[in-house]
Design a protein. Structure first.
Length: 412
């Protein structure tokens, strides 16, 4: 039998099968579609307009009076040359401190370090927008905000070295201890803000978190409570586009600032590498909160130039081209270009700042290496404000364990 005759003989069966299966085929297709994992298709439309007051080239952006951004721009229209130099100094010294901390970790002096490289404008701009009586709830990367609140940098390093629980009294600077649990500080901030409102105080609260934390349930719960109770809290999200190795588009199908709409309060996206825009928008949001107009969400769109922490290798999941593109938007170089073009700073200023920067690095390095190891029993201090029976029991057990080493030594 030829191949041709075999094909002819089989044809009727094939046709019959085709006739009999439309319903089954449809059912199979529907079942397969149902079983297949649905792929999220993040919106790839043009990025929403950022609030920007200083371009990457260091040029001031002029917003017409009828522009939606003019209201924010008004908050920095009268900024002085001295204030601009102060913002630049803050960013330079914060970066120098951060670089020293990274070096210290690489040398085995710190257990871990979370760098803020690239996020200086978001932190310094928002930090300088706060008043002394405002209360700040950070995560573990807000070294620039800590600087603005007057926290000694060596206290931050003490925590990452493991010799203290934070090293500062939160109430002395209205700056809470660093929070390692992702997103939980937004609940603390909301509760504190609710208390501020009940006390009738003329102050506001600001909570910092990242794009990764925005996916946490604690953050959504904070949004709900703050909106319902009209709490005077500003949620400041530093969207550095990477939650460790997870890009933002894997977490959300809309820009983060738009989430605020669903909770009933405003959301604003700001150029996180523009210190003036971050300063202006945060001032706006904090003043709004103090007036009793409730919460707001600020999304500072920026970029994490370094690793998530010193235990991370970003070259495993990020392209060099991406980093290079953001290097051109460097927040410090942006403000320097503006200072120079406007004649607000000369070479003498930059030289003095460089010397101050090196002195800070040396002070931090020497302070860390001179930190004494803590007394072992100190781990039980400040766990509860008024003491706790379980902690007392654990303290006694640990003391006995420590004493056992001394007893063993005496028996030799």
């Amino acid at each position: 039998m030829t191949v041709e005759s075999t094909a002819k003989k089989a044809a009727p069966k094939k046709a019959a099968a085709k006739k009999a299966t439309p319903a089954k085929a449809t059912a199979k297709k529907a079942a397969a579609k149902k079983a297949a994992p649905r792929k999220a298709t993040p919106t790839k439309a043009a990025q929403p307009e950022l609030v920007q007051l200083l371009t990457p080239e260091g040029k001031r952006v002029k917003h017409p009076k009828n522009s939606p951004h003019a209201e924010y721009a008004a908050y920095v229209d009268g900024i002085t040359a001295e204030e601009l130099r102060g913002l630049y100094r803050d960013m330079v010294l914060t970066r120098r401190f951060d670089a020293e901390a990274t070096s210290l970790q690489r040398q085995g002096e710190l257990g871990l370090w979370a760098s803020l490289l690239g996020q200086e404008a978001a932190q310094i701009g928002s930090g300088r927008a706060t008043r002394d009586d405002d209360y700040v709830f950070p995560t573990y990367r807000e070294h620039g905000v800590a600087w603005c609140r007057g926290v000694d940098p060596t206290n931050l390093l003490g925590m990452f070295r493991g010799v203290n629980h934070g090293g500062w009294d939160p109430n002395s600077n209205n700056f809470h201890l660093y929070t390692i649990v992702i997103g939980s500080q937004t609940l603390h901030a909301t509760g504190y803000a609710m208390g501020v409102a009940k006390d009738g105080a003329d102050s506001a609260v600001i909570a910092y978190f990242g794009d990764g934390a925005s996916s946490q349930g604690d953050v959504a719960e904070s949004f709900t409570f703050s909106a319902v109770y009209n709490a005077p809290v500003v949620f400041f999200c530093q969207n550095n586009q990477w939650a460790i190795s997870e890009p933002t588009e894997r977490q959300t199908r809309v820009p983060l600032y738009q989430r605020a709409q669903g909770f009933g309060f405003p959301g604003i996206r700001v150029d996180g590498n523009d210190v003036l825009a971050c300063l202006a928008v945060t001032k706006w949001a904090l003043e709004r909160a103090r007036r009793g107009e409730g919460p707001a969400l600020i999304e500072a769109f920026t970029y994490r130039m370094g690793a998530h922490t010193t235990s991370d290798d970003p070259t495993k999941y990020r392209r060099d081209e991406e980093r290079e593109a953001w290097e051109a938007k460097d927040p410090i170089q942006r403000l320097r270009a503006y200072l120079e073009s406007e004649g607000h700073a000369d070479e003498g200023f930059f030289a003095e700042l460089e010397a101050e920067s090196e002195a800070l690095g040396k002070r931090v390095r020497e302070a860390v290496r001179a930190m004494p190891d803590p007394e072992p029993m100190a781990i039980f201090d400040n766990v509860y404000a008024d003491g706790h029976a379980l902690v007392d029991e654990e303290r006694a057990q640990f003391a006995a364990y420590q004493a056992s080493f001394a007893d063993a030594g005496e028996g030799k």
